[in-house]
Write a protein that binds this ligand. Structure first.
Ligand code: NAP
Length: 323
């Protein structure tokens, strides 16, 4: 079958290890299901994998991709939950010490077929297109958990979203505004600032700009480049939720004095549970909110599509479609 996979790892030239070519059709272990992929969305995770972050060389070749929507062997339309845990673990799957994401230990979704534990399949409602449904399991689920599980935000509160153009960030803007939060967003790019306002942000600013007021919570995925600004933007007792560090993990100023003196909360967040994915899908169905799709490419053009994530030339999600 056709697949986009990491054949080698290259920290400084991630696209050099990417191959779009033939891989064996996967076997289906007991309790697992085969999904014929209709659409798969890209995440920055795919770039990290090609750089060798979270993907050791002894697991290669590895098909990339965390997110898919498709059809199972019984003909059901499904969305794939990307967190693969220990089948004996009970409780919040994101807390399972043995959990991994698709494409870390098990072959990913940028392929004509993917196999996953049957419990990882969630029904896809007819209202969502294949492309929209394929955006939900990683970026949108992460945004849902950051906003509605980790932040402590209440409707009417103000939230700052750093790096407006990203897959997670556009989800935070759409979900936050639909939930009645005042959303402020930053971006390095003026056109993306304008687009953030179209998506529902109350106001958008350049990266690092002084804000009109302090905020109740900050959603951080950019990391080192925005960390100091994020902490300086919080009210006394405010909450910073972090789920990524695209620009680096070592900020020049960690703002440690500010964290304890203003009693700020710094909360880590990763992915979301299967139940949260079901609630996110229901949220989209009830509110009419839909994922922000930057563009779609056929699977065969995966290299061009992933290149857009490497350069940061993206506003929302890039989706690969499979015939
Ligand atoms: N923990 C989890 O479960 C989880 C889940 C999903 C994602 N993540 C992580 O979260 C991060 C975002 O993921 P994504 O898929 O949304 O990525 P993405 O679509 O590639 O977006 C990255 C965004 O970060 C901003 N950015 C990048 N470098 C920057 C810099 N130097 N200064 C300011 N802004 C910068 C850009 O926003 P502007 O161009 O608008 O400035 C860009 O659009 C990644 O690191 C990813 O690994 C973690």
């Amino acid at each position: 079958m056709l697949a986009a996979y990491a054949a080698t790892l290259a920290p400084d030239d991630p696209l050099s290890g990417l191959v779009v070519g033939d891989r064996p059709t996967p076997d289906v272990p007991d309790g697992w299901a085969r999904v014929r992929v209709k659409a798969a969305s890209l995440n920055h995770h795919d770039v990290w994998s090609l750089r060798g972050v979270g993907l050791p060389a002894d697991r290669l070749p590895m098909i990339l991709g965390c997110d898919a929507a498709g059809v199972d062997e019984a003909g059901n339309e499904v969305v794939v939950h990307a967190v693969i845990g220990d089948p004996h673990y009970r409780g919040d799957e994101t807390m399972d010490p043995k959990r991994s994401l698709l494409s870390e230990r098990f072959q990913g979704t940028l392929a004509e077929e993917v196999v996953v534990p049957r419990r990882n399949l969630v029904p896809k409602p007819a209202e969502l297109s294949w492309e929209e449904a394929a955006c939900l399991p990683t970026a949108w689920l992460t945004a849902y958990r950051m906003l509605f599980v980790q932040s402590g935000l209440q409707p009417g509160g103000t939230v700052l979203v750093q790096g407006a153009g990203g897959g997670v960030s556009t989800a935070l803007i759409r979900l936050g505004s639909a939930a009645g939060f005042r959303v402020w967003a930053t971006s390095r790019d003026e056109a993306k600032q304008a687009r953030a306002v179209e998506l529902g942000a109350d106001q958008a600013f350049g990266s690092g700009a002084r804000l009109p007021d302090r905020v109740d919570a900050v959603m951080e995925t950019v990391g080192a480049a925005t960390w100091s600004h994020s902490l300086k933007s919080l009210k006394q007792g405010g909450t910073l939720v972090i789920s990524g560090a695209t620009s680096g993990a070592t900020p020049a100023n960690g703002e440690l004095n500010r964290i304890f003196f203003l009693q700020l909360r710094v909360v880590g967040s990763t992915m979301g549970t299967r139940d949260e994915l079901e609630r996110l899908i229901e949220f989209c169905r009830l509110t009419g909110v839909r994922p922000v799709v930057d563009s779609t490419y056929p699977l065969a053009q995966a290299a061009e599509a992933i290149g857009r994530l490497v350069t940061g030339d993206v506003m929302g999600k890039i989706v690969l479609t499979v015939d």
